[in-house]
Design a protein around this ligand. Structure first.
Ligand SMILES: NC(=O)C1=CN([C@@H]2O[C@H](COP(=O)(O)OP(=O)(O)OC[C@H]3O[C@@H](n4cnc5c(N)ncnc54)[C@H](O)[C@@H]3O)[C@@H](O)[C@H]2O)[C@@H](O)CC1
Ligand SMILES: Nc1ncnc2c1ncn2[C@@H]1O[C@H](COP(=O)(O)OP(=O)(O)O)[C@@H](O)[C@H]1O
Ligand SMILES: [K+]
Length: 517
């Protein structure tokens, strides 16, 4: 299908995420070209202060909490520049200034020169009077669990935020691991705004990152983007479907077969079927447990519901399908196993979700043709089961988990949850959209039906998955903006999803990141 242009045009720098090692290599290249560390740090502090003043123009009293490394230097620059701009500034931390090194030591000297009576306060009581707190404790150098004074300062910042202060983080909310979005010891700053320097870090967008980072600004500090391929690219939007051809008929737009809907679990198959229909599939057939047929036929007459009691019946339905959705409400009993093994032999594009994932076998290689056109969409617990590890292990490094799943099972892999990670043939993608409204039963079934529809229309596995994930996440945002994040039912997504696919609705742009110089 021909694609119209993407509805949003974001600067390419906003679409890439770089690991801490890539950022460090980028810094080294900048230094090699003649820019020194302090010049860069001064720009970082200036960008942060500009973001602070634009977000909270009325704020007069700011607190800067500094740590032990170069992230502290960013905060020291902010303190100096804020004083120079006429703001009232308090500096907090536990570091002996003589222990700062490199650019941070220079930043301290510059601050001392500009504000000779500046002192570092080591009691957090004064934090409560600040309107905005600058978190300059840790950036990309965090490399172990936080305890001691740093943990106490993080608790104090979060308490002050709870009491009404705003928090802006330098580079990363302190405690968030740049590469994974993991937080150790449950100790991290909760920020309202994060200004990320030189390039976005993956941890801002997945795991705990989306909950802790707040709004995101990227400050390139006068530099081009880092050289080389980013660790992952971000998905913020997806092009709508092309116009529906005037001479199309239902056969043109593909037949989706949903295999699932075991006893007591018909709803999942029905939601997947409805979402396939609402995304534009020409025909949708449900292969469900025979006991489910009567109720499901009554609910949505457009779905062709077949009670399937064995392999022969399923194979005859598979012969009609352009794509199979295996898993919604499938269950784990003998009926489920018999159908799953038969469905996995389908010679065409397929998405495997939910209990369907239990019946996958590892593929021999990524060139396995079956694996090439398969989409797998586990949530973290399902991913843990497939990888023989705990959910916590999966969440500790969602990128590694998605890659490991792809290596073992092939195809396009989605690791679901806040900041969904996509392991595709052309690398890692990371969904930058979404809302906790989506954290409710059935939204995964809606997503699987969407992917099924796009596969049946002829989109390849990567494209189908990327579009579906994006529309699904934006639909969650739209519902949350309209009616709040609590209480959304999965089927509420269907209206916005249809509108997004038809380009009749665009996502709420105030959630998108900003670019600073
Ligand atoms: N080098 C430069 O010129 C620039 C650095 N920048 C800033 O520098 C940051 C990176 O600086 P660093 O590499 O010094 O790293 P950080 O300042 O993030 O922290 C590293 C320091 O903290 C210590 N540390 C790590 N984990 C700890 C823990 N759990 N408890 C206690 N101490 C811990 C380390 O031993 C090290 O001393 C970036 O995130 C960015 O904010 C930016 O200003 C851009 C320019
Ligand atoms: N906090 C969140 N933020 C954004 N998206 C979320 C969040 N929680 C869940 N989701 C999304 O909601 C969907 C839930 O799917 P899944 O866990 O399979 O639910 P179910 O099996 O009940 O359908 C996934 O697409 C997931 O990425
Ligand atoms: K920080």
């Amino acid at each position: 299908m021909n694609d119209p242009a993407s509805p949003l045009s974001l600067d390419p720098a906003l679409l890439a995420v770089f690991s801490a090692a890539q950022i460090r290599a980028h810094e080294a290249a900048i230094f090699a070209r003649g820019t020194d560390g302090y010049t860069l740090m001064d720009r970082a502090g200036a960008s942060l202060l500009a973001a602070l003043r634009s977000q909270w123009p009325e704020a007069r009293h700011i607190a800067v909490v500094v740590g032990v490394g170069q992230n502290a230097g960013d905060g020291l620059v902010v303190a100096r520049r804020a004083v120079e701009a006429g703001l009232c500034v308090d500096l907090f931390g536990w570091q002996d200034p003589a222990d700062w090194s490199g650019a941070a030591a220079q930043a301290w000297q510059a601050l001392r020169q500009a504000v000779p009576d500046i002192r570092i306060r080591n009691d957090s009581a004064g934090l409560s009077t600040a309107e905005v707190i600058v978190d300059a404790l840790f950036g990309i150098g965090l490399n172990r669990p936080i305890d001691g004074p740093a943990a106490a300062w993080i608790a104090a910042i979060n308490a002050a935020r709870h009491a009404g202060a705003w928090v802006i983080a330098a580079d990363l909310p302190s405690g968030l691991l740049a590469d994974t979005g993991q937080v150790l010891n449950d100790c991290a700053v909760h920020a309202d705004l994060t200004v990320s320097f030189l390039g976005f870090k993956p941890g801002l967008f997945t795991g705990r990152g989306p909950a802790l980072a707040g709004r995101l600004h990227l400050a390139l500090l006068g530099q081009a983007m880092p050289d080389g391929a980013p660790m992952a690219t971000l998905l913020f939007d997806a092009a709508p479907l092309p116009p529906k051809p005037r001479d199309g008929h239902k056969g043109t737009f593909g037949t989706v077969l949903v295999v699932g809907g075991n006893r007591g679990m018909g709803g999942a198959a029905r939601m997947a079927g409805e979402s396939a229909l609402r995304l534009g599939a020409g025909k949708v057939i449900l292969a469900v447990h025979p006991e489910q047929v009567i109720g499901m036929n009554a609910g949505r007459p457009e779905l062709m519901v077949h009670g399937v009691d064995g392999v022969a019946a399923l194979i005859s339905l598979m012969s009609l399908a352009d794509a199979v959705v295996l898993g919604p409400g499938l269950g784990q009993d003998d009926w489920a196993q018999t159908l799953a093994l038969a469905a996995l032999a389908f010679d065409g594009p397929m998405i495997v979700d939910a209990d369907g994932l239990r019946f996958l076998s590892p593929v021999d290689s990524l060139v396995d043709p079956r694996a090439q056109s398969t989409v797998l969409t586990p949530h973290p617990a399902e991913a843990g089961r497939l990888l023989n590890c705990s959910t916590a292990d999966v969440q500790a490094d969602r990128f590694a988990a998605a890659r490991a799943l792809q290596a073992r099972f092939g195809g396009a892999v989605l690791l679901k949850g806040a900041g969904s990670v996509l392991a595709l043939r052309d690398g890692l993608k990371l969904c930058g959209r979404g809302d906790p409204a989506l954290a409710t039963a059935g939204t995964g079934d809606i997503l699987s039906g969407m992917v099924g529809a796009l596969l049946a229309m002829g989109f390849d596995a990567d494209e189908a998955l990327g579009r579906a994930v994006c529309w699904h996440a934006i639909a969650g945002e739209i519902e949350a903006t309209a009616s709040g994040s609590w209480g959304m039912a999965a089927s509420d997504l269907l209206g916005p999803i249809r509108a997004l696919a038809n380009a009749q609705l665009s996502g709420a742009n105030e959630r998108l990141p900003w670019l600073l110089n």
